[in-house]
Design a protein around this ligand. Structure first.
Ligand code: C6P
Length: 412
């Protein structure tokens, strides 16, 4: 996540030209899209990859001997290889899923039920998205394991001393987010992996907000599972990936049953396919996987270090500009932060902020961001959240600040 390339190498105007939607207007104003943590926009390269597949090679995968099925299979498996390279993994360590939520549920169900029992402990943090809380609660209900929750500090950083204190000989799984969607906090994944592995536990990383914003190398991070969503990294919805360490995937029982995940089926005994296919029952989102690979290629071409540097500079600018808005309180001010600007305005409900910003063409998300324990921690029911992407500009931050001034005027 450390920015390496100087920001001046980054041509944001050229990047914006790759995203046709950014040229549209909303309510008669130029669109200012600052809801990238919810979903990002798609570049032409992704739209074209999906359209090309449907125009030229559409067929089912792993099934047909005919030409189109072979082409579809080759494209689908090439997408797996692209995603492996994107994450620094081997091809057979990449399982296609519907997204981060399904990836974490897969690990909780398949790894969890086989390896977690009564009296064991699963450690999460207080800043997790519900997708990295509820699957573990379900696993605890099913197995009699106990969920432990590491606290966060007043600025929204993970309390590492408390986390270290919670990880012990009963711990089987440590599940943390790479970057918090509500606070922007970047967690020290390598350090957490070291703590987990020291007691023989595994680490599962919710990478929904990590993968779009910098270079991720699962080997360097030394993580056991890393889940991501295509639509957060400029790819399609309904597709994602969970990386799993080969030794763990190979030993894991299947999750969902159906076509493609079996070797042979009889009523006496069914045998299962190898990983990763064992975890991909049914017809996958073929066009989605191809679009996701196009997104990964696009991010590599733009340069993940350059993207991280661009967004870091924008975050710094945005933080400084928002600090000038009267009555604004930023929620999430950890020293190590990505491009999430979550805030409340004194006396104004976040939903009203969102509505008025929309009338100015500015798209932000308001609500609890599927992170209710974070809202509770900071004593707010909701926040307004501007989340940055690779195509955002300082001028768009200025537009946000100008629109917030209008919000204040309406409620003066
Ligand atoms: N956060 C947001 O507005 P899915 O829905 O499976 O693609 O991703 C779930 C998810 C998991 N973890 C984190 C850290 C996330 O941010 C998200 C999705 C969106 O913040 C929608 S709630």
């Amino acid at each position: 996540m450390t920015p390496a390339a100087p920001p001046h190498t980054y041509d944001v105007t050229a990047v914006r030209a790759d995203f046709p939607i950014l040229a549209r207007e909303v309510n008669g104003k130029p669109l200012v899209y600052l809801d990238n943590a919810a979903t990002t926009q798609r570049p032409e390269a992704v739209v074209n990859a999906i359209a090309d597949f449907y125009r030229t090679s559409n067929s089912n995968v792993h099934r047909g001997v005919h030409r189109l099925s072979q082409e579809a299979t080759e494209l689908f498996e090439a997408a797996r290889t692209t995603m492996a390279r994107f994450l620094g993994a081997d091809t057979h360590e990449i399982v296609f899923t519907r997204g981060t939520t399904e990836g974490i549920n897969l690990v909780a169900a398949a790894y969890g039920r086989a390896n977690v029992g009564a009296g064991d402990e699963i450690v999460v943090s207080r800043m997790e998205h519900h997708a990295n809380i509820v699957p573990w609660q379900l696993l605890c209900e099913q197995t009699g394991a106990r969920l432990r929750v590491a606290p966060i500090t007043d600025d929204g950083a993970l309390d590492m001393d408390a986390l270290a204190g919670l990880i012990g000989e009963r711990t089987k799984i440590v599940a943390v987010g790479h970057i918090s969607n509500a606070l922007g906090t970047i967690n020290p994944i390598q350090e957490i992996a070291r703590l987990a592995h020291a007691v023989g536990a595994i680490i599962v990383v919710d990478g929904a907000q990590g993968a779009p914003h910098g270079h991720v190398d699962v080997r360097a991070l030394d993580v056991d599972f890393y889940a991501l969503s295509g639509h957060k990294m400029y790819g399609p919805t309904g597709i994602g990936v969970v990386y799993g360490r080969k030794t763990l995937l190979d030993a894991m029982p299947p999750w969902q049953g159906g076509g493609d995940m079996i070797r042979s089926v009889t009523f006496e005994k069914t045998t299962y396919n190898d990983a990763p296919f064992r975890f991909e029952a049914g017809t996958p989102n073929i066009a989605g996987a191809i679009g996701l690979a196009a997104a990964a290629d696009y991010l590599r071409d733009v340069g993940l270090d350059a993207i991280a540097a661009h967004e870091a500079a924008l975050l710094e600018y945005g933080t400084a500009q928002l600090a000038k808005v009267e009555g604004l309180r930023m929620i999430g001010t950890a020293p190590h932060k990505a491009g999430v600007l979550g805030f409340v305005l004194e006396g104004i409900h976040p939903h009203d902020i969102g509505t008025i910003l929309d009338s100015e063409g500015v798209a932000v998300r308001t609500g609890h961001h599927c992170a209710q324990p974070v809202m509770e921690r900071f004593g707010v029911p909701a926040t307004a959240r501007a989340s940055l992407g690779l195509y955002n500009t300082p001028a768009e931050i200025d537009a946000l600040v100008a629109a917030l001034t209008k919000v204040r005027e309406v409620f003066a």
